[in-house]
Design a protein around this ligand. Structure first.
Ligand SMILES: CCCCCCCC(=O)SCCNC(=O)CCNC(=O)[C@H](O)C(C)(C)COP(=O)(O)OP(=O)(O)OC[C@H]1O[C@@H](n2cnc3c(N)ncnc32)[C@H](O)[C@@H]1OP(=O)(O)O
Length: 225
């Protein structure tokens, strides 16, 4: 797993997010506009040239590979490339704000044209991804144990319309490193999707000793700087 410590304060993270989140929203706007625009072919070609120029501008300085998951010294995870919730990922549905209360995770999301499967309806794989993420967060944050999805079972009760949706997830029980969770996606008329999962906290997570060693290395770098 691509795991890295970064030396950023809460203020520095907030500052970076204040720049990155509007950029990601603009990318989401671009994706939506490309799907729905009715301008003519000349306009489409002109738009493509402008988009290619922006891509070239961003590529002048770029990380190799993926964003990975960076952790602060306080061990907050910055998974900004994440497919479901990445702050820098315009493909990720806009579901970054997740509330945790009494072991229950809840989240509101509004899905537009980019998430369509059947006409006017949410793609089943998108529903599975959204609920998988929330189930994982309920298991991980609710139990203080970082978890991977072991088994995910999704039941599509009725079609999920594009538009505003609310989601919830909670832990049902825990057996050692296995956390059994359940959740649902709802419209104002009630659930459209229910899901159950077994989330497993991997035995090969970086140990506390490894994390402390990385923190000590960062502190030593500070001393040299
Ligand atoms: C805030 C964070 C939100 C996170 C949301 C993340 C959502 C994701 O997308 S995660 C990515 C998708 N998932 C994966 O890629 C997982 C791939 N699989 C793996 O990495 C491993 O197989 C993993 C971590 C599931 C288990 O590995 P490991 O720690 O070696 O488990 P292992 O020691 O064999 O088994 C531990 C227990 O879990 C059970 N178990 C193992 N794999 C599974 C499974 N796939 N499903 C159900 N149970 C399982 C075992 O039976 C065992 O149970 P028991 O203790 O009762 O005998």
């Amino acid at each position: 797993m691509n795991f890295r410590l970064v030396d950023l304060s809460a203020e520095e993270i907030a500052q970076q997010l204040s720049v990155v989140e509007p950029l990601t929203d603009s990318v989401r706007g671009l994706i939506d506009a490309v799907i729905r625009t009715e301008v003519d072919d000349d306009e489409l070609n002109a738009a493509r040239e402008q988009i290619d120029a922006i891509v070239a501008r961003l590529r002048t300085k770029q990380k190799p590979g993926s964003f990975g998951v960076q952790f602060t010294r306080e061990l907050s995870g910055l998974s900004w490339g994440n497919a479901a919730v990445g702050a820098r990922n315009g493909i990720a549905p806009p579901m970054r704000i997740v509330h945790h209360e009494d072991g229950r995770a809840t989240c509101d999301v509004e899905l537009g044209a980019a998430y369509e499967g059947p006409g006017g309806l949410v793609h089943g794989g998108v529903s599975a991804m959204l609920i998988d993420q929330l189930l994982g967060e309920a298991a991980s944050v609710g139990n203080g144990l970082p978890c991977f999805t072991g088994t995910l079972t999704v039941k599509y009760l009725r079609p999920t319309p594009l538009g505003p949706l609310s989601m919830s997830a909670e832990t049902v029980r825990r057996e050692g490193r296995k956390i059994f969770v359940r959740g649902e996606i709802c419209t104002a008329d009630g659930p459209t999707v229910t899901a159950e999962a077994i989330m497993v906290s991997p035995k090969e997570l970086p140990s506390r000793d490894q994390i402390m060693k990385l923190r000590a290395e960062l502190a030593a770098q500070d001393g040299q700087g």
